[in-house]
Write a protein that binds this ligand. Structure first.
Ligand SMILES: Nc1ncnc2c1ncn2[C@@H]1O[C@H](COP(=O)(O)OP(=O)(O)O)[C@@H](O)[C@H]1O
Ligand SMILES: [Mg+2]
Length: 479
Protein backbone atom coordinates (compact mmCIF):
# COMPACT_ATOMS: atom_id res chain seq x y z
CA UNK A 1 0.00 0.00 0.00
CA UNK A 2 0.98 3.63 -0.25
CA UNK A 3 2.21 4.60 3.14
CA UNK A 4 1.24 7.93 4.53
CA UNK A 5 4.78 8.49 5.61
CA UNK A 6 3.86 11.39 7.82
CA UNK A 7 1.30 9.31 9.72
CA UNK A 8 3.27 6.09 10.05
CA UNK A 9 6.68 7.64 10.71
CA UNK A 10 5.86 10.45 13.09
CA UNK A 11 3.52 9.39 15.86
CA UNK A 12 3.67 9.19 19.62
CA UNK A 13 1.86 5.91 20.00
CA UNK A 14 0.37 3.37 17.60
CA UNK A 15 -3.05 4.44 18.87
CA UNK A 16 -2.94 7.32 16.39
CA UNK A 17 -2.47 5.11 13.34
CA UNK A 18 -5.48 4.39 11.17
CA UNK A 19 -5.64 0.84 9.88
CA UNK A 20 -6.69 -0.26 6.41
CA UNK A 21 -9.98 -2.20 6.20
CA UNK A 22 -8.90 -4.22 3.18
CA UNK A 23 -7.00 -7.28 4.41
CA UNK A 24 -4.72 -7.11 1.36
CA UNK A 25 -3.54 -3.70 2.52
CA UNK A 26 -2.76 -5.15 5.94
CA UNK A 27 -0.08 -7.32 4.41
CA UNK A 28 3.32 -5.69 4.63
CA UNK A 29 6.52 -6.36 2.73
CA UNK A 30 5.04 -8.80 0.21
CA UNK A 31 4.17 -6.44 -2.62
CA UNK A 32 4.70 -9.01 -5.37
CA UNK A 33 2.51 -11.58 -3.60
CA UNK A 34 -0.17 -8.95 -3.00
CA UNK A 35 -0.10 -7.89 -6.65
CA UNK A 36 -0.57 -11.48 -7.78
CA UNK A 37 -3.25 -12.11 -5.16
CA UNK A 38 -5.33 -9.24 -6.56
CA UNK A 39 -4.93 -10.65 -10.04
CA UNK A 40 -5.88 -14.12 -8.85
CA UNK A 41 -9.12 -12.83 -7.33
CA UNK A 42 -9.97 -10.86 -10.45
CA UNK A 43 -9.09 -13.57 -12.99
CA UNK A 44 -9.91 -16.60 -10.83
CA UNK A 45 -6.41 -18.09 -10.94
CA UNK A 46 -4.90 -20.68 -8.63
CA UNK A 47 -1.99 -19.85 -6.38
CA UNK A 48 0.72 -21.84 -4.69
CA UNK A 49 2.30 -19.85 -1.87
CA UNK A 50 5.74 -21.05 -0.93
CA UNK A 51 7.55 -19.81 2.14
CA UNK A 52 8.49 -20.43 5.74
CA UNK A 53 5.92 -20.30 8.56
CA UNK A 54 4.62 -16.94 9.67
CA UNK A 55 5.24 -14.98 6.49
CA UNK A 56 1.58 -14.35 5.72
CA UNK A 57 0.46 -17.28 3.55
CA UNK A 58 -2.81 -17.82 5.40
CA UNK A 59 -3.39 -14.07 5.56
CA UNK A 60 -2.95 -13.80 1.78
CA UNK A 61 -5.35 -16.67 1.12
CA UNK A 62 -8.03 -15.01 3.24
CA UNK A 63 -7.58 -11.67 1.53
CA UNK A 64 -8.08 -13.23 -1.88
CA UNK A 65 -11.41 -14.60 -0.68
CA UNK A 66 -12.30 -11.16 0.68
CA UNK A 67 -11.96 -9.77 -2.84
CA UNK A 68 -14.27 -12.30 -4.47
CA UNK A 69 -17.91 -11.49 -5.20
CA UNK A 70 -20.67 -13.23 -3.22
CA UNK A 71 -21.63 -16.66 -4.55
CA UNK A 72 -24.34 -16.70 -7.25
CA UNK A 73 -25.23 -20.38 -7.21
CA UNK A 74 -26.88 -22.67 -4.70
CA UNK A 75 -26.33 -26.43 -4.91
CA UNK A 76 -29.07 -28.86 -3.87
CA UNK A 77 -29.58 -32.61 -3.98
CA UNK A 78 -33.02 -33.84 -4.94
CA UNK A 79 -34.73 -37.04 -4.00
CA UNK A 80 -34.81 -39.33 -7.02
CA UNK A 81 -37.97 -41.47 -6.63
CA UNK A 82 -36.94 -43.79 -9.48
CA UNK A 83 -33.50 -44.41 -7.96
CA UNK A 84 -33.22 -43.14 -4.37
CA UNK A 85 -29.53 -44.07 -4.17
CA UNK A 86 -28.79 -41.78 -7.11
CA UNK A 87 -29.98 -38.42 -5.82
CA UNK A 88 -29.97 -35.69 -8.43
CA UNK A 89 -28.07 -32.45 -8.33
CA UNK A 90 -29.70 -29.10 -9.00
CA UNK A 91 -27.97 -25.75 -9.32
CA UNK A 92 -30.11 -22.66 -8.91
CA UNK A 93 -28.89 -19.15 -9.51
CA UNK A 94 -29.69 -16.32 -7.14
CA UNK A 95 -32.06 -14.88 -9.76
CA UNK A 96 -33.94 -18.16 -10.14
CA UNK A 97 -34.33 -18.60 -6.38
CA UNK A 98 -35.66 -15.07 -6.10
CA UNK A 99 -38.02 -15.58 -9.05
CA UNK A 100 -39.42 -18.85 -7.65
CA UNK A 101 -39.96 -17.33 -4.26
CA UNK A 102 -41.75 -14.36 -5.74
CA UNK A 103 -43.95 -16.62 -7.88
CA UNK A 104 -44.92 -18.77 -4.93
CA UNK A 105 -45.81 -15.67 -2.94
CA UNK A 106 -47.80 -13.85 -5.58
CA UNK A 107 -49.66 -16.90 -6.84
CA UNK A 108 -53.37 -16.16 -6.56
CA UNK A 109 -54.85 -12.86 -5.47
CA UNK A 110 -54.72 -11.55 -1.91
CA UNK A 111 -58.04 -10.32 -0.53
CA UNK A 112 -58.78 -8.43 2.65
CA UNK A 113 -61.64 -9.77 4.86
CA UNK A 114 -64.23 -7.28 3.52
CA UNK A 115 -63.55 -8.44 -0.04
CA UNK A 116 -64.31 -12.07 0.81
CA UNK A 117 -67.73 -13.67 0.31
CA UNK A 118 -69.70 -13.56 3.59
CA UNK A 119 -69.64 -17.29 4.26
CA UNK A 120 -65.87 -17.51 3.59
CA UNK A 121 -65.15 -14.63 5.96
CA UNK A 122 -67.33 -16.34 8.60
CA UNK A 123 -65.64 -19.71 8.26
CA UNK A 124 -62.20 -18.14 8.47
CA UNK A 125 -63.15 -16.26 11.62
CA UNK A 126 -63.07 -12.77 10.17
CA UNK A 127 -66.81 -12.14 10.42
CA UNK A 128 -69.12 -12.61 13.40
CA UNK A 129 -72.09 -14.83 12.61
CA UNK A 130 -74.31 -12.96 15.03
CA UNK A 131 -73.66 -9.27 14.36
CA UNK A 132 -71.80 -9.51 11.02
CA UNK A 133 -68.95 -7.28 12.21
CA UNK A 134 -65.45 -7.92 10.90
CA UNK A 135 -62.55 -8.45 13.28
CA UNK A 136 -59.17 -10.15 13.34
CA UNK A 137 -59.22 -13.90 12.80
CA UNK A 138 -56.84 -14.24 15.72
CA UNK A 139 -59.62 -13.01 18.07
CA UNK A 140 -61.90 -15.90 18.90
CA UNK A 141 -64.68 -13.70 20.33
CA UNK A 142 -66.38 -10.86 18.45
CA UNK A 143 -65.20 -7.57 19.99
CA UNK A 144 -68.60 -6.03 19.13
CA UNK A 145 -71.18 -8.48 20.51
CA UNK A 146 -68.98 -10.92 22.42
CA UNK A 147 -70.16 -13.99 20.54
CA UNK A 148 -67.62 -16.72 19.91
CA UNK A 149 -66.71 -16.72 16.25
CA UNK A 150 -65.53 -20.32 16.30
CA UNK A 151 -64.50 -22.86 18.85
CA UNK A 152 -60.83 -22.64 19.66
CA UNK A 153 -60.94 -26.28 20.73
CA UNK A 154 -62.98 -28.25 18.20
CA UNK A 155 -63.37 -31.21 20.56
CA UNK A 156 -64.40 -29.14 23.52
CA UNK A 157 -67.62 -30.74 24.82
CA UNK A 158 -69.13 -27.28 25.29
CA UNK A 159 -68.34 -26.12 21.80
CA UNK A 160 -71.64 -27.16 20.18
CA UNK A 161 -73.43 -24.74 22.47
CA UNK A 162 -71.23 -21.76 21.83
CA UNK A 163 -70.05 -22.06 18.31
CA UNK A 164 -70.97 -23.85 15.19
CA UNK A 165 -67.62 -24.87 13.84
CA UNK A 166 -63.87 -24.59 14.21
CA UNK A 167 -61.98 -21.97 12.25
CA UNK A 168 -61.26 -22.97 8.68
CA UNK A 169 -57.98 -21.98 7.10
CA UNK A 170 -59.02 -23.31 3.73
CA UNK A 171 -62.46 -22.97 2.20
CA UNK A 172 -63.40 -24.75 -1.01
CA UNK A 173 -66.21 -23.53 -3.19
CA UNK A 174 -67.24 -23.54 -6.82
CA UNK A 175 -68.07 -20.95 -9.37
CA UNK A 176 -69.84 -21.31 -12.72
CA UNK A 177 -67.98 -19.72 -15.62
CA UNK A 178 -69.22 -20.17 -19.20
CA UNK A 179 -71.50 -22.97 -18.06
CA UNK A 180 -68.63 -24.86 -16.51
CA UNK A 181 -68.17 -25.44 -12.84
CA UNK A 182 -64.80 -24.30 -11.58
CA UNK A 183 -63.27 -24.94 -8.17
CA UNK A 184 -62.12 -21.94 -6.17
CA UNK A 185 -60.04 -22.23 -3.03
CA UNK A 186 -59.65 -19.54 -0.38
CA UNK A 187 -56.59 -19.86 1.83
CA UNK A 188 -56.12 -17.80 4.96
CA UNK A 189 -52.73 -16.06 5.14
CA UNK A 190 -52.55 -14.22 8.44
CA UNK A 191 -55.23 -11.55 8.46
CA UNK A 192 -55.82 -11.82 4.72
CA UNK A 193 -56.86 -14.58 2.34
CA UNK A 194 -55.54 -15.78 -0.96
CA UNK A 195 -57.93 -16.84 -3.67
CA UNK A 196 -56.81 -19.52 -6.06
CA UNK A 197 -58.63 -20.40 -9.25
CA UNK A 198 -58.11 -23.60 -11.19
CA UNK A 199 -55.15 -22.29 -13.20
CA UNK A 200 -53.39 -20.85 -10.16
CA UNK A 201 -53.92 -24.08 -8.27
CA UNK A 202 -52.48 -26.20 -11.03
CA UNK A 203 -49.38 -24.06 -11.08
CA UNK A 204 -49.10 -24.23 -7.31
CA UNK A 205 -49.47 -28.00 -7.43
CA UNK A 206 -46.73 -28.23 -10.03
CA UNK A 207 -44.52 -26.15 -7.77
CA UNK A 208 -45.28 -28.32 -4.77
CA UNK A 209 -44.84 -31.50 -6.77
CA UNK A 210 -41.17 -30.74 -7.50
CA UNK A 211 -38.91 -33.32 -5.94
CA UNK A 212 -38.00 -32.91 -2.28
CA UNK A 213 -34.81 -30.94 -2.05
CA UNK A 214 -31.98 -30.60 0.40
CA UNK A 215 -29.70 -27.61 0.06
CA UNK A 216 -26.14 -28.83 0.12
CA UNK A 217 -24.28 -25.57 -0.43
CA UNK A 218 -26.43 -22.53 0.41
CA UNK A 219 -26.34 -19.27 -1.48
CA UNK A 220 -25.33 -17.29 1.60
CA UNK A 221 -21.94 -18.72 2.40
CA UNK A 222 -18.32 -17.85 3.05
CA UNK A 223 -16.01 -17.42 0.06
CA UNK A 224 -13.17 -18.91 2.11
CA UNK A 225 -13.00 -22.61 2.94
CA UNK A 226 -9.94 -24.06 4.60
CA UNK A 227 -8.98 -27.71 4.51
CA UNK A 228 -7.70 -28.57 7.95
CA UNK A 229 -6.83 -32.26 7.74
CA UNK A 230 -6.07 -34.98 5.28
CA UNK A 231 -9.46 -36.67 5.40
CA UNK A 232 -11.28 -37.69 2.23
CA UNK A 233 -14.61 -36.95 3.86
CA UNK A 234 -13.60 -33.41 4.69
CA UNK A 235 -12.17 -32.66 1.27
CA UNK A 236 -14.46 -34.63 -1.05
CA UNK A 237 -17.69 -35.17 0.87
CA UNK A 238 -19.44 -38.35 1.99
CA UNK A 239 -22.76 -40.05 2.48
CA UNK A 240 -23.62 -40.69 6.11
CA UNK A 241 -24.38 -44.16 7.33
CA UNK A 242 -27.98 -45.08 8.02
CA UNK A 243 -28.42 -47.97 10.45
CA UNK A 244 -31.71 -48.79 8.70
CA UNK A 245 -30.04 -48.77 5.30
CA UNK A 246 -32.38 -46.14 3.91
CA UNK A 247 -35.40 -48.39 4.62
CA UNK A 248 -38.47 -46.75 3.11
CA UNK A 249 -40.36 -46.28 6.38
CA UNK A 250 -37.83 -46.09 9.18
CA UNK A 251 -34.61 -45.15 7.40
CA UNK A 252 -33.38 -41.75 6.27
CA UNK A 253 -33.60 -41.27 2.51
CA UNK A 254 -30.18 -41.21 0.83
CA UNK A 255 -30.48 -37.64 -0.46
CA UNK A 256 -30.78 -36.47 3.16
CA UNK A 257 -27.52 -38.15 4.10
CA UNK A 258 -25.30 -36.52 1.48
CA UNK A 259 -22.54 -34.37 2.99
CA UNK A 260 -20.62 -31.90 0.83
CA UNK A 261 -16.83 -31.77 0.83
CA UNK A 262 -14.64 -28.69 1.14
CA UNK A 263 -14.25 -28.70 -2.66
CA UNK A 264 -18.03 -28.23 -3.01
CA UNK A 265 -18.38 -25.71 -0.20
CA UNK A 266 -15.65 -23.67 -1.87
CA UNK A 267 -17.64 -23.54 -5.14
CA UNK A 268 -17.17 -20.02 -6.58
CA UNK A 269 -14.83 -19.20 -3.70
CA UNK A 270 -11.36 -19.97 -2.40
CA UNK A 271 -10.31 -23.42 -1.28
CA UNK A 272 -7.30 -22.94 0.97
CA UNK A 273 -5.09 -25.96 1.51
CA UNK A 274 -2.37 -25.28 4.06
CA UNK A 275 0.56 -27.69 3.62
CA UNK A 276 -0.57 -29.10 0.32
CA UNK A 277 1.78 -32.10 0.52
CA UNK A 278 0.09 -33.27 3.75
CA UNK A 279 -2.96 -34.16 1.64
CA UNK A 280 -0.99 -37.18 0.40
CA UNK A 281 -3.03 -39.14 -2.12
CA UNK A 282 -6.01 -36.82 -1.91
CA UNK A 283 -3.94 -34.48 -4.07
CA UNK A 284 -4.92 -36.71 -7.00
CA UNK A 285 -8.65 -36.26 -6.30
CA UNK A 286 -8.09 -32.54 -5.90
CA UNK A 287 -6.50 -32.43 -9.33
CA UNK A 288 -9.51 -34.22 -10.86
CA UNK A 289 -11.88 -31.83 -9.12
CA UNK A 290 -9.96 -28.86 -10.53
CA UNK A 291 -9.96 -30.28 -14.03
CA UNK A 292 -13.62 -31.26 -14.14
CA UNK A 293 -15.00 -28.46 -11.91
CA UNK A 294 -17.38 -31.20 -10.73
CA UNK A 295 -16.85 -33.99 -8.26
CA UNK A 296 -19.18 -36.85 -7.39
CA UNK A 297 -20.13 -37.34 -3.75
CA UNK A 298 -20.17 -40.99 -2.77
CA UNK A 299 -20.16 -42.99 0.43
CA UNK A 300 -16.50 -43.46 1.32
CA UNK A 301 -16.78 -46.24 3.87
CA UNK A 302 -17.43 -49.55 2.14
CA UNK A 303 -18.82 -50.98 5.42
CA UNK A 304 -21.51 -48.32 5.54
CA UNK A 305 -24.96 -48.15 4.00
CA UNK A 306 -23.79 -44.89 2.47
CA UNK A 307 -21.40 -46.67 0.11
CA UNK A 308 -24.16 -47.56 -2.35
CA UNK A 309 -25.16 -43.90 -2.69
CA UNK A 310 -23.65 -41.62 -5.29
CA UNK A 311 -24.42 -38.12 -6.50
CA UNK A 312 -22.78 -37.32 -9.80
CA UNK A 313 -21.70 -33.96 -11.11
CA UNK A 314 -21.71 -31.85 -7.97
CA UNK A 315 -20.16 -28.50 -8.97
CA UNK A 316 -16.85 -27.47 -7.39
CA UNK A 317 -15.49 -24.51 -9.32
CA UNK A 318 -13.08 -23.07 -6.78
CA UNK A 319 -9.86 -21.09 -6.78
CA UNK A 320 -7.18 -23.22 -5.19
CA UNK A 321 -4.88 -21.35 -2.89
CA UNK A 322 -2.32 -23.77 -1.53
CA UNK A 323 0.59 -23.22 0.81
CA UNK A 324 3.80 -25.13 1.20
CA UNK A 325 7.12 -24.99 2.96
CA UNK A 326 10.09 -25.02 0.60
CA UNK A 327 11.17 -28.34 2.09
CA UNK A 328 7.86 -29.99 1.23
CA UNK A 329 7.74 -28.96 -2.42
CA UNK A 330 9.05 -32.36 -3.57
CA UNK A 331 6.02 -34.04 -1.97
CA UNK A 332 3.50 -32.14 -4.05
CA UNK A 333 2.18 -34.22 -6.96
CA UNK A 334 3.95 -32.89 -10.04
CA UNK A 335 0.74 -33.01 -12.09
CA UNK A 336 -1.10 -30.95 -9.49
CA UNK A 337 1.72 -28.46 -9.20
CA UNK A 338 1.91 -27.97 -12.94
CA UNK A 339 -1.89 -27.61 -13.06
CA UNK A 340 -1.69 -24.80 -10.50
CA UNK A 341 1.13 -23.06 -12.32
CA UNK A 342 -0.51 -23.71 -15.69
CA UNK A 343 -3.57 -21.76 -14.65
CA UNK A 344 -2.14 -19.53 -11.99
CA UNK A 345 0.95 -18.59 -10.10
CA UNK A 346 3.59 -19.93 -7.79
CA UNK A 347 4.81 -17.28 -5.41
CA UNK A 348 7.86 -17.40 -3.21
CA UNK A 349 7.22 -15.24 -0.17
CA UNK A 350 9.87 -12.81 0.99
CA UNK A 351 11.55 -13.53 4.30
CA UNK A 352 12.93 -10.01 4.75
CA UNK A 353 12.64 -6.48 3.37
CA UNK A 354 15.22 -3.71 3.11
CA UNK A 355 15.63 -1.64 6.27
CA UNK A 356 14.27 1.67 5.04
CA UNK A 357 12.23 4.49 6.49
CA UNK A 358 9.26 3.29 4.52
CA UNK A 359 9.53 -0.31 5.71
CA UNK A 360 9.94 0.80 9.31
CA UNK A 361 6.71 2.72 8.84
CA UNK A 362 5.18 -0.53 7.57
CA UNK A 363 6.32 -2.25 10.77
CA UNK A 364 4.54 0.47 12.75
CA UNK A 365 1.37 -0.30 10.86
CA UNK A 366 1.93 -4.01 11.52
CA UNK A 367 2.42 -3.35 15.24
CA UNK A 368 -0.83 -1.38 15.43
CA UNK A 369 -2.63 -4.19 13.58
CA UNK A 370 -1.35 -6.90 15.89
CA UNK A 371 -2.26 -4.89 18.99
CA UNK A 372 -5.76 -4.24 17.65
CA UNK A 373 -6.21 -7.91 16.71
CA UNK A 374 -5.11 -9.04 20.17
CA UNK A 375 -7.48 -6.70 21.94
CA UNK A 376 -6.02 -7.29 25.41
CA UNK A 377 -2.78 -5.32 25.23
CA UNK A 378 -2.16 -1.56 25.16
CA UNK A 379 -0.77 0.39 22.19
CA UNK A 380 2.96 0.94 21.75
CA UNK A 381 5.11 4.07 21.93
CA UNK A 382 7.18 5.15 18.92
CA UNK A 383 10.31 4.10 20.82
CA UNK A 384 8.84 0.62 21.36
CA UNK A 385 8.17 0.29 17.62
CA UNK A 386 11.74 1.42 16.98
CA UNK A 387 13.00 -1.32 19.33
CA UNK A 388 10.84 -3.83 17.52
CA UNK A 389 12.30 -2.74 14.17
CA UNK A 390 15.79 -3.21 15.60
CA UNK A 391 14.82 -6.71 16.70
CA UNK A 392 13.42 -7.35 13.19
CA UNK A 393 16.78 -6.27 11.81
CA UNK A 394 18.69 -8.64 14.08
CA UNK A 395 16.40 -11.48 13.11
CA UNK A 396 16.78 -10.88 9.38
CA UNK A 397 20.52 -11.18 9.86
CA UNK A 398 20.32 -14.18 12.16
CA UNK A 399 17.69 -16.25 10.35
CA UNK A 400 18.19 -15.31 6.72
CA UNK A 401 21.66 -13.74 6.69
CA UNK A 402 20.09 -10.63 5.20
CA UNK A 403 22.10 -7.47 5.85
CA UNK A 404 20.40 -4.12 6.33
CA UNK A 405 17.01 -5.81 6.37
CA UNK A 406 13.94 -6.32 8.50
CA UNK A 407 12.55 -9.82 8.97
CA UNK A 408 9.21 -10.74 7.46
CA UNK A 409 8.82 -13.83 9.60
CA UNK A 410 6.15 -11.82 11.26
CA UNK A 411 4.43 -14.43 13.36
CA UNK A 412 7.51 -14.46 15.58
CA UNK A 413 7.54 -10.68 15.74
CA UNK A 414 3.85 -10.75 16.56
CA UNK A 415 4.70 -13.06 19.47
CA UNK A 416 7.15 -10.49 20.78
CA UNK A 417 4.52 -7.75 20.58
CA UNK A 418 2.11 -9.86 22.63
CA UNK A 419 4.74 -10.76 25.17
CA UNK A 420 5.75 -7.08 25.50
CA UNK A 421 2.08 -6.20 25.82
CA UNK A 422 1.60 -8.67 28.67
CA UNK A 423 4.65 -7.26 30.43
CA UNK A 424 3.21 -3.76 30.10
CA UNK A 425 -0.14 -4.96 31.48
CA UNK A 426 1.51 -6.70 34.42
CA UNK A 427 3.32 -3.47 35.25
CA UNK A 428 0.20 -1.41 34.89
CA UNK A 429 1.83 0.65 32.12
CA UNK A 430 -0.48 2.57 29.80
CA UNK A 431 1.56 1.85 26.70
CA UNK A 432 4.03 -0.76 25.55
CA UNK A 433 7.42 0.88 26.07
CA UNK A 434 10.86 0.25 24.68
CA UNK A 435 11.94 -1.73 27.77
CA UNK A 436 9.00 -4.13 27.37
CA UNK A 437 9.97 -4.91 23.78
CA UNK A 438 13.60 -5.41 24.76
CA UNK A 439 12.70 -7.78 27.57
CA UNK A 440 10.25 -9.71 25.36
CA UNK A 441 12.85 -10.00 22.59
CA UNK A 442 15.39 -11.44 24.97
CA UNK A 443 12.94 -13.85 26.44
CA UNK A 444 11.86 -15.21 23.07
CA UNK A 445 15.44 -15.38 21.82
CA UNK A 446 16.30 -17.54 24.82
CA UNK A 447 13.64 -20.01 23.79
CA UNK A 448 14.85 -20.01 20.20
CA UNK A 449 18.44 -20.42 21.35
CA UNK A 450 17.44 -23.62 23.10
CA UNK A 451 15.76 -24.84 19.92
CA UNK A 452 18.85 -23.97 17.89
CA UNK A 453 21.08 -25.85 20.30
CA UNK A 454 18.86 -28.85 19.83
CA UNK A 455 18.17 -28.74 16.08
CA UNK A 456 20.94 -26.56 14.64
CA UNK A 457 18.85 -23.62 13.44
CA UNK A 458 15.40 -22.19 13.83
CA UNK A 459 14.77 -22.95 10.18
CA UNK A 460 15.59 -26.61 10.69
CA UNK A 461 13.63 -26.67 13.91
CA UNK A 462 10.64 -25.42 11.93
CA UNK A 463 11.20 -28.09 9.31
CA UNK A 464 11.48 -30.80 11.96
CA UNK A 465 8.21 -29.61 13.46
CA UNK A 466 6.36 -29.72 10.17
CA UNK A 467 7.80 -33.15 9.44
CA UNK A 468 6.40 -34.26 12.79
CA UNK A 469 3.08 -32.67 11.90
CA UNK A 470 2.92 -34.49 8.60
CA UNK A 471 3.59 -37.92 10.05
CA UNK A 472 0.32 -38.69 11.85
CA UNK A 473 -1.73 -37.84 8.77
CA UNK A 474 0.51 -40.04 6.64
CA UNK A 475 -0.19 -42.90 9.03
CA UNK A 476 -3.89 -42.19 8.87
CA UNK A 477 -3.76 -42.65 5.12
CA UNK A 478 -2.21 -46.11 5.41
CA UNK A 479 -4.44 -47.51 8.11
N1 LIG B 1 3.21 -9.97 5.50
C1 LIG B 1 2.48 -9.81 6.63
N2 LIG B 1 1.86 -8.64 6.89
C2 LIG B 1 1.17 -8.46 8.01
N3 LIG B 1 1.03 -9.40 8.95
C3 LIG B 1 1.63 -10.59 8.77
C4 LIG B 1 2.36 -10.87 7.59
N4 LIG B 1 2.84 -12.12 7.68
C5 LIG B 1 2.41 -12.62 8.83
N5 LIG B 1 1.68 -11.71 9.51
C6 LIG B 1 1.10 -11.88 10.84
O1 LIG B 1 1.52 -13.15 11.32
C7 LIG B 1 0.39 -13.99 11.50
C8 LIG B 1 0.69 -15.37 10.95
O2 LIG B 1 0.74 -15.28 9.56
P1 LIG B 1 0.14 -16.43 8.64
O3 LIG B 1 -0.54 -15.81 7.49
O4 LIG B 1 -0.63 -17.38 9.44
O5 LIG B 1 1.50 -17.09 8.18
P2 LIG B 1 1.71 -18.46 7.43
O6 LIG B 1 0.39 -18.93 6.95
O7 LIG B 1 2.65 -18.12 6.34
O8 LIG B 1 2.32 -19.39 8.41
C9 LIG B 1 -0.75 -13.35 10.77
O9 LIG B 1 -1.97 -13.59 11.40
C10 LIG B 1 -0.39 -11.89 10.87
O10 LIG B 1 -0.82 -11.40 12.11
MG1 LIG C 1 -0.60 -20.54 7.75
Amino acid sequence: MEYELSEYSSFESTKELSLPKDPLQQIIGQSEAVRVAKLAALQRRNILLVGPPGTGKSLLAQSIAFHLPQAREEISVLHNPEAPERPLVEVRTAEKIFEEKKQAETRGKMLSPEELPFFVAEKMGFRCRRCNRLSAAAQSACPNCGALKYSSAPNDFLSPYFSESPRHDRVHTTKITDGREEIIVYERVGEKARVLDQAAMEKLDALRKTKPRRILVPLARKTFIQVTGASETEVLGDVRHDPYGGHAQIGTLPYLRVVPGAVHEAHEGVLFVDELSALNNIQRNLLTAMQEKKYAIAGRNSQSAGSSVRVDGVPCDFILVAASNINDLPYIFPALRSRIIGNGYEILLETSMPDSQENRAALAQFTAQEITKDGRIPHATAAAVEALANEARKRAQLLDRADNSLTLRLRELSGIIRLAGDLAVSEGAELIEEKHVTAASEQSRNVEQKLRDKYGSVWKAGAAESALDARPSAQKEVS
